[in-house]
Structures are given as C-alpha cells and as structure tokens.
Design a protein around this ligand. Structure first.
Ligand code: AMP
Length: 121
C-alpha cells in the first residue's frame, strides 16, 4: 500500500491540524488520542512516511526504529504508567480495523484494562 500524504497524521506532522503533544523528538511525535478509550490514551507516530507496522519494520532504517521505540517507552514513563502498567496496540490492515494509514502505537493505561480482546462467539 502506497503512503497517502493526505492522511490525518501526516497533516498533524506538517502542523496543518492541531494536536495535544506530550512528547516530540527527531524520530517521533506523541499526542493524546482525540477519542480516548482509557483514562490515558496517547498515540506515538514516527516522523517518517510509513503506512503501518509492517511497512515500518521492513523499510525504516535501524536508527529510526530504535529512536521510535525509545520514544514509546519514554512517553509511557513520562506519563507515569511504568509502575501501574499499560498496553501497546499497533493495528495493521483490514482485520485490525486500522483507520489511519500512518504507523502509530497506541499507549493505553490509567486503569485495569481487562482482557486483551473482546471475546466473540
Ligand atoms: P487506528 O484504528 O489504530 O488506525 O487508530 C487511529 C486512532 O487515531 C483512533 O484511536 C482515533 O481516535 C485517532 N485519531 C483520529 N484522528 C485524530 C486526531 N486528529 N487527533 C488525535 N487522534 C486522532
């Protein structure tokens, strides 16, 4: 899947749409999710043009991958979630219901999050 420069996170990175930033460095931007699904719900995105975790893991330079994951754990610590615990989610493709085609990791915490997936059937 080709990267779409019009996706909402690309527009946030270009400063065209406001966001509630919690952290930024050369590799990553972290901001509050607009529709939080937990008391703390922050998204971390790489600065590069990657559609999803599949694309990022396969194509990003090692420095960008290391910098991104360093930012994820730093943001979780800054949010004081490292003691109480948190969940990371990264959706890829149709079965995951990925909405925004720019790789992002959700950091969720602030309460007990229950089972990892809703059981069906
Ligand atoms: P996903 O389904 O993994 O692609 O998640 C996309 C997430 O982006 C959802 O949790 C949305 O609530 C969130 N989102 C969409 N637009 C914005 C925005 N402008 N600012 C912050 N979060 C957003």
């Amino acid at each position: 899947m080709a990267y779409d420069d019009g996706n909402i996170f690309a527009r946030i990175l270009r400063g065209e749409i406001p966001n509630k930033t919690v952290y930024e460095d050369e590799h990553a931007l972290a901001f509050h999710d607009i529709r939080p699904q937990a008391p703390v719900h922050v998204l971390v995105i790489p600065k590069g043009r990657y559609v999803s975790s599949d694309d990022f893991g396969a194509e990003a330079p090692a420095e960008a991958i290391a910098g991104f994951w360093h930012a994820v754990s730093r943001v979780a610590r800054d949010l004081r979630l490292d003691q109480s615990g948190y969940r990371l989610i990264a959706n890829h493709g149709a079965n995951s219901h990925q909405e925004v085609p720019h790789f992002h990791v959700h950091i969720l915490g602030g309460r007990s999050l229950g089972p990892m997936l809703v059981k069906r059937g």
